[in-house]
Design a protein around this ligand. Structure first.
Ligand code: BGC
Length: 736
């Protein structure tokens, strides 16, 4: 891996799903999996749209994959050349992850000589609805070439088909510079809400060619016929415009308008402005890691993914747990955004951080309804949030591999720590940016309602002078319905305190929503926060310093990870739930107490932090990509960057290396891992770089692992951009 480029030589069919993720390109509005142009639905191509969902029958509600406007294949002397049917002499794909450009180069051997197809494609960072593609075809003989390129309406869906009333047509604009040109147009309506969608495609040939429109089953294509000369390269450019009824009343106008405008500017211009925008993004966000090229590449590759899925095109939207890599995890937004990704945007692109948090404020209604559904008060945010805060998490989120039956899971009902993540995100935004505009009436209401939610969950045991929270699932999903999960209780306390703080701000700014009694709320939340039980470190014995993850955790079987793994009867078996191998043991899925201590490390001494790290790490399966980053961060806070390093790399390489879990029971959960990417950023900048907010403001206290000699990056704080330079253990922060 060199020069911001990853490459994959050769063709291995089994790699198709993971390469689709690793070579993803996107612009926050849509993502395109890194699949070859000739792939059909079974090879998992996807043009995955952000923030637009659909449900068919009893299937899961999931985001839409669009008709594949990138579809193309080659015919030479009348024979089809495409992978994998026609084995190639040489084949490689690459991704320029500095500029979001996917490339492929394939050479086939034909009876008359060799022919090479090169393509590149990008999803424009400057024109939201535009995808650009360029084909270069060269042969060492006079090849009679047909390039078939257009739109494939056979869409890969997990729980589809989502698109109905599908029409394919050739269209000729009557006016403007491009009057008379051939545009391929696909229109459809989503199944549930009949949202119109449109995909338009048009080509421009640099080499003289004959172009006709043709239909092959569910594909509408341009057949571009040309003859290549030895030593010369035939070039075809393709513009794809997409739009939906979510943004435009008549999406077809936008789809066609986008490609016409792009065509008028020319491919090179579109590409250049896209590249320049990426350069601009890197100016504020590149993390230079000196002395360790692997870490340097891995971290910036992670940031590439975060940039590619950032919803910059709108004012209110969040990022799904699997980014825009397909329909897995229902395209839903989890606590991943606030607790793992938000810091990257706060520090490099605060405007996008605002968009993310605005989505939560705008989906408060869904959270209020969810709380009401459970007989609770306040805002209980969706565990798997789709638009409007609709909770896509089902009561049966895992399929039992042995019986094929749906398994009752309680993520949706009991993972109550989600609402605290929203309060945390909003407060962190205000803390870093000092932009209180997010705390308008609705922002204030959101934080207060999150606090009211925890208030309504509090229980007072008859025999104890304290408040508790029972029957929850903490970040470790393998132990369901536990009492006093430390992470949850501490985050609930944070939320109660946050509400008090926000009410004070609201009183100052006159943004308190009507109907709230500020004094009564502050008193109630303040008292609840003081009385809420926070599990404490053991004071004696072999567990001295360790905090019990939840009531009764220490009494569970203390089996080793190997023992527990050895009890699996099926490789895809679910470890949690009623009969899971981990449920009755101390083996946990992911960082739990460690996530809590990382967030509130200043409340504990280093020995306590270390004791918990040492206790929980060997008992953690790291079955979620969210886990490693938290261990890395806490190791930095204990002053052990070298122990942090492998966890940091694991997080930074979650998509580069793959190997993450692809299955939960029988459900496919593959895709990209933006939360791990966010955690890698936090570890680099806040962990190794030691960037934090102290009473004195922004501080830098580096603690670099052996392999890293220095670092350079920029961060935003309170609206000012700073340059941070670190050499060894010395850091400087300079306002720009
Ligand atoms: C983890 C959750 C996470 C979700 C989405 C699950 O496997 O346990 O903590 O939010 O994946 O990334």
């Amino acid at each position: 891996m060199k020069n911001w480029m990853i490459r994959q030589e050769g063709y291995v069919e089994e790699d198709i799903p993971s390469l689709g993720n690793r070579y993803l390109i996107g612009n926050g509005y849509l993502g395109i999996r890194g699949t070859l142009e000739e792939y059909e639905a079974k090879q998992l191509p996807a043009i995955n749209l952000a923030g637009i969902y659909d449900r068919v029958g009893d299937g899961w509600r999931e985001p839409i994959n669009l008709p594949n406007g990138c579809f193309s294949y080659l015919k030479v002397d009348g024979n089809i050349y495409r992978l994998p049917e026609q084995g190639a002499k040489a084949h490689c794909i690459s991704l320029d992850y500095r500029h979001g450009i996917f490339r492929r180069e394939t050479t086939w051997h034909t009876v008359r000589g060799d022919i090479t197809l090169q393509t590149d494609r990008f999803v424009s960072m400057t024109r939201t609805n535009l995808i650009g593609m360029r084909f270069r075809i060269s042969a060492d003989f006079h090849a009679d070439v047909e390039l078939l390129t257009g739109i494939d309406c056979e869409v890969w869906d997990l729980n589809g088909p989502h698109l109905e009333h599908l029409s394919m047509e050739e269209y000729h604009p009557e006016e403007g510079e491009n009057a008379g040109e051939s545009v391929l147009l696909v229109q459809a309506l989503t199944h549930e809400e009949h949202i119109p969608i449109a995909v338009a495609a048009s080509v421009q040939t640099v080499t003289p060619a004959e172009i006709q429109c043709t239909v092959e089953g569910k594909k509408i294509l341009h057949r571009i016929c040309l003859i290549t000369k030895p030593g010369e390269c035939a070039v075809v450019e393709k513009y794809i415009g997409v739009s939906t009824g979510k943004e435009r009343e008549i999406p077809v106008q936008e789809a066609v308008g986008t490609i016409m405008a792009a065509k008028a500017s020319g491919y090179e211009w579109c590409l250049q402005s896209h590249v320049e925008r990426w350069e601009e993004l890197w100016k504020h966000s590149e993390v230079v890691i000196k002395g360790d090229p692997i870490a340097n590449e891995a971290v910036n590759y992670s940031l590439y993914h975060l940039h590619s899925i950032a919803p910059r095109h709108t004012e209110s939207l969040s990022i799904p747990a699997r980014g825009l890599s397909g329909q897995t995890y229902k395209g839903a937004v989890f606590w991943d955004t606030e607790m793992f990704m938000l810091d990257f945007f706060l520090m490099t692109d605060p405007a996008t951080a605002r968009v993310l948090m605005k989505y939560r404020i705008d989906s408060l209604k869904g959270a209020l309804e969810k709380a009401q559904h459970y007989g609770l008060q306040g805002a209980f945010y969706a565990w798997e949030s789709q638009e409007g805060g609709y909770d896509a998490c089902s009561d049966y989120n895992v399929t039992d591999v042995f019986t094929g039956r749906p398994m009752r899971t309680f993520f949706k009902d009991k993972q109550v720590h989600i609402s605290a993540a929203i309060a945390y995100g909003i407060l962190r935004y205000v803390e870093w940016t000092k932009d209180e505009s997010l705390l308008d009436i609705e922002g204030v209401r959101t934080v207060i309602e999150c606090a009211r939610f925890y208030y309504s969950l509090l229980l007072q045991p008859l025999t104890k002078e304290r408040l508790e929270i029972h029957d929850v699932i903490g970040p470790d999903e393998y132990h369901e319905r536990v009492n006093n999960n430390g992470y949850t209780n501490r985050m609930a306390k944070f939320t109660l305190d946050a509400a008090v703080q926000v009410i004070e701000i609201a009183l100052k700014n006159h943004t308190l929503p009507q109907g709230y009694d500020a004094k009564a709320l502050m008193e109630a939340f303040g008292k609840a926060s003081r009385m809420l039980y926070i599990p404490q470190p053991a004071t004696t014995g072999d567990k001295k310093g360790v905090i019990e993850q939840f009531d009764g955790y220490f009494a569970l079987e203390d089996a080793s990870l190997e023992q527990v793994r050895g009890r699996l009867l099926h490789e895809k078996e679910y470890w949690g739930g009623a009969y899971g191998v981990a449920s009755h043991t101390q083996i946990i899925k992911q960082a739990d107490v460690v996530t809590w201590l990382n967030l509130f490390s200043e409340e504990y001494d280093k020995d306590t932090l270390r004791a918990n790290w040492e206790y929980y790490e060997p008992r953690t399966e790291h079955g979620s990509s969210l886990s490693a980053g938290m261990y890395a961060m806490l190791a930095c806070k204990i002053g052990e960057p070298d122990r942090a390093y492998p966890f940091f790399l694991k997080s930074a390489m979650a998509d580069l290396q793959g190997g993450g879990k692809e299955w939960a029971g029988l459900v496919y959960i593959g895709g990209t891992h933006p939360a791990a990417a966010g955690a890698a950023y936090m570890t680099a900048v806040e962990g190794f770089g030691g960037i934090s907010l102290t009473e004195g403001g922004l501080t830098v206290q580096p603690s670099l692992p052996k392999s890293i000699q220095g670092m350079e990056f920029h961060i935003y704080y309170e609206g000012t951009e700073y340059e941070v330079k670190i050499e060894g253990n010395r850091g400087t922060v300079t306002a720009l």
